[in-house]
Ligand binder design. Structure first.
Ligand SMILES: Nc1ncnc2c1ncn2[C@@H]1O[C@H](COP(=O)(O)OP(=O)(O)OP(=O)(O)O)[C@@H](O)[C@H]1O
Length: 312
């Protein structure tokens, strides 16, 4: 590989062909650019079917995030019947051009885009049921000793077409394995750099503490609030870390936090439960699922109802 490529983005024009051992992939369009590369919609030249291709520039000094992503997707494959992980279809590297690629199942819009399109919060039954699927994905990842560290609506998407009712978790760019080879929890580091997205970061992340399973769940809880609170998260638009952290601490005891939704008591129960957990603790996901179901009944809805975007 030529080092001249290292600082350049990998960019493909429509109709560029990428040949692998399996088939030829034809670039359709750019779906988005992330922290470590780009994602394209591609067509399998043989079958005519569409997929998503993630491309990463090969770097001599930095570890490959795409390799980590592939390792995770291989581990969790077929974890449950309606898996929340996209299936790996093909992968490879282009030494001469200096990049890695991963072809996976094509998902639909991200939860962030679906909410933006709606221009208001999701209905409580959609938000609660979608969040349950988001937490299932997180639980499946945790089972293998990983934590995600960047759970947010932009990192989840609904499935394409017939799979519009299934939620997929997309990006594992900053995931971390917190279990060692002997399957023991790693000793927490004294201090850690802030990782993830300010709006959804857990309080421990604000305090530069080692993150555990419960921190993903705290971020997931902010995601749930973001999806269903009519006014959105109280710290939206604020970029000062200290102010956001203070507001996160305050919402826990504020009655107005859950304004506009009927299931405030159930949501409070979930965050109070998560707040009791420490770095080393496992999460009682069943307790959270049960409470989400109760919240849905309180709101007069059903967890198995069609989602807002399936009706609209
Ligand atoms: N399998 C997929 N199917 C459809 N779209 C996808 C798929 N995977 C990723 N995307 C989309 O591609 C875009 C880029 O995704 P990616 O996860 O690389 O970065 P990101 O989450 O936007 O940024 P960052 O890596 O900085 O968090 C996002 O809009 C995402 O919704």
């Amino acid at each position: 590989m030529s080092e001249d490529y290292e600082d350049e983005e990998v960019e493909f024009k429509s109709n560029t062909e990428i040949t692998s051992k399996k088939t030829t992939w034809v670039i359709d369009k750019l779906l988005g650019e992330g922290g470590f590369g780009a994602v394209y919609k591609v067509k399998d030249k043989q079958s005519g079917k569409f997929y998503a291709m993630k491309v990463e520039r090969k770097q001599e000094k930095k570890p490959s995030k795409l390799k980590m992503e592939i390792a995770i997707l291989k581990l969790v494959a077929s974890e449950r019947k309606n898996s929340h992980f996209t299936e790996i279809v093909d992968r490879g590297k282009k030494d001469k051009e200096g990049y890695f690629f991963l072809v996976m199942e094509l998902a639909g819009s991200s939860l962030a885009d679906l909410k933006k399109k709606r221009a208001k919060a999701f209905s409580a039954p959609t938000g609660l049921s979608v969040s349950q699927q988001c937490l299932e994905a997180c639980q499946d990842l945790h089972k293998y000793g990983f934590i995600h560290r960047d759970l947010k609506p932009a990192n989840y998407a609904c499935g394409a077409d017939k799979k519009a009712h299934t939620i997929y978790i997309l990006d594992f760019g900053i995931s971390r394995k917190i279990i060692n080879d002997r399957k023991e929890l790693k000793t927490p580091r004294v201090t850690c750099r802030f990782k993830g997205t300010l709006k959804f970061a857990s309080l421990a992340c604000h305090k530069n503490q080692e993150l555990g399973w419960k921190d993903d769940c705290e971020s997931w809880f902010y995601l749930l609030m973001e999806l269903i609170l009519p006014a959105g998260l109280p710290w939206k638009g604020i970029s000062d870390k200290g102010t956001v952290s203070k507001m996160k601490e305050e919402v826990r005891s504020k009655k107005e936090t859950y304004l506009g939704i009927k299931c405030g008591a159930e949501l409070e129960k979930i965050i109070l439960y998560l707040d009791q957990l420490q770095y080393q603790d496992h999460v009682d996901y069943q307790y959270i699922y049960k409470t989400l179901n109760e919240a849905c009944s309180t709101c007069g809805g059903r967890m198995d109802a069609p989602y807002d975007w399936e009706k609209e």
